[in-house]
Design a protein around this ligand. Structure first.
Ligand code: URP
Ligand code: ZN
Ligand code: ZN
Ligand code: ZN
Length: 471
């Protein structure tokens, strides 16, 4: 059914203005003043902003990791995402060395297809580079529309790839039109520091942070950036946490290298001291890279403002405190890394960023949606409010106040790392391709309604504006 969203204030990465939006056949068909159509359902957005649906470029839903599987799957994870204003997620498809890439991709399709309530896409992990892998990459791009490859520089003996693999992936990505993503931490040095700590009986959660200091992140980020320059390729550094890594990215960008960076809400508002909470509660705050000393937060905020960091991901990878995080009692290396973030990512950036004057409203939209769509081959189908684009829209109340709590969260994990934090601003209703997924804060979507998105090659649009509208 057609819809008209009336009386709202449209906010894109470029503009803020009052206008009505007509939605037909899943797309925005008209934007204008005082629109009317007797066949259309009218949605009143008075007093609210209308944002393009947010895109979460970094999720790990139902992912086997650390001897367990992340708690939120494509059902609970995407429902929670939608509550938070996210209408597209890009999840990391893990691969196994020596096995066909397509097997892993099929596995990821199987766990998402009948569950996702919003549109979704995949990045593909590259764990090794050889002739067999090389032969498979063109079809990954062509047939699956997977145009971003992830290389882990950490998690030794699990996911970690060597520098040769990273460099060859950068070369191939350049040739084929894909983007390389890195988890940038020096896994070999961490491995050594971890062994030393365990030998000295240092087993509490805080040692997770102390054995992966900012220097190992800065070093790996700089190394990946230099290799990107050498390959004349393109790089996206996920979950940037610290000054050292921001400086490495800024230095590379100054040299003209195509290096981009993402940070996550947890690094903007939580710090290392949370990992010292008593009764093993510090485990709730174990991420890799770890939370940092507080002064790093302002460095990250500034980098979002200046553009040295471009995007905000959630790195959603949730585990229950009881039964999952506690696998690491007595040995911090066995604490599954990650947390439930997908639902609060957008609110936290709005509240701490826009409301506190650190970024503008339009920068907020760019960081949570537009830049991500452009970076990952989804623009202009996603990431903006314009005629011909998918009607992925968030009707957002900028003044409502709420306290984040596991009690009101839609994520599956048994705690929320932001428990007790007060935020201003919340999505009221969320539309995915013209249909409500969230209506007046209630989930009204349907399992499996989300489409798998094949993405364009790096730097290419999904289609021209004219083509988009003809479709
Ligand atoms: O601690 C984290 N970040 N868990 C998810 C996996 C990853 O490294 O992104
Ligand atoms: Zn990572
Ligand atoms: Zn991650
Ligand atoms: Zn309202």
């Amino acid at each position: 059914m057609k819809k008209i969203i009336k009386n709202g204030t449209i906010v894109t990465a470029a503009d803020t203005y009052k206008a009505d939006i007509l939605i037909e056949n899943e797309k925005i068909s008209l934007i204008g003043q005082d629109l009317s159509d007797p066949a259309a359902e009218v949605v009143d957005a008075k007093g609210h902003y209308i944002f393009p649906g947010s895109i979460d470029p970094h999720t790990h839903l139902e992912m086997p990791f650390g001897g367990t599987v992340s708690k939120d799957d494509f059902e609970t994870g995407t429902i929670a995402a939608a509550h938070g204003g996210t209408t597209t997620v890009i999840d990391f498809c893990l691969t196994d060395k020596g096995k066909p890439l397509q097997d892993s991709i099929d596995q990821w399709h199987a766990k998402s297809r009948d569950k996702s309530v919003i549109d979704y896409s995949f990045h593909l992990m590259i764990g090794e580079m050889n002739e067999t892998v090389l032969e498979q990459l063109p079809s990954v791009i062509e047939d699956e529309g997977i145009t971003s490859f992830k290389v882990f520089m950490a998690y030794k003996n699990v996911f970690q790839a060597d520098d040769g693999t990273l460099f060859r992936t950068l070369e191939e990505a350049k040739r084929l039109g894909a983007l390389v993503m890195v988890h940038a931490e020096n896994g070999d040095v961490i491995d050594h520091l971890v062994n030393k700590a365990l030998k000295a009986g240092q087993t509490d959660p805080i040692y997770h942070a102390l054995t992966r200091p900012p220097e190992v992140e800065g070093e790996a980020t700089g190394r990946a950036a230099e290799l990107t320059g050498l390959a004349n390729s393109q790089l996206y550094v996920v979950h940037v946490t610290c000054e050292e890594a921001v400086e490495a990215i800024a230095k590379a960008r100054k040299k003209g290298y195509n290096v981009m960076g993402e940070t996550c809400p947890q690094y903007l508002v939580l710090d290392q001291s949370y990992m010292e909470k008593p009764n093993f509660e510090g485990a709730k705050y174990v991420w890799s890279p770890p939370l940092r000393e507080k002064y790093h937060q302002e460095v990250l905020w500034k980098a979002l403002k200046t553009g040295d960091l471009q995007t905000l991901g959630s790195d959603q990878c949730s585990f229950d405190f009881k039964g999952q995080k506690d696998l690491g009692k007595g040995d911090f290396t066995k604490i599954p890394n990650g947390g439930p973030i997908i639902e609060d990512r957008v609110s936290i950036l709005f509240s701490e960023g826009v409301k506190k004057g650190r970024i503008s409203l339009n920068e907020f939209v760019d960081i949570t949606s537009t830049k991500i769509a452009k970076t990952f081959g989804l623009f202009p189908q996603k990431g903006t409010i314009s005629v011909g684009a998918d009607a992925d829209l968030v009707i957002f109340d900028p003044n409502v106040e709420r306290t984040i709590s596991v009690e009101t969260s839609h994520m599956a994990a048994d705690y929320n790392p932001f428990e007790g934090m007060k935020v201003t601003g919340q999505p009221v209703s969320v539309l995915s391709r013209g249909d409500f997924v969230i209506k007046e804060k209630e989930f009204v979507g349907k399992l499996g309604k989300g489409n798998y998105l094949k993405r364009s090659r790096y730097g290419e649009l999904t289609s021209s504006k004219e083509e988009l509208y003809q479709k």
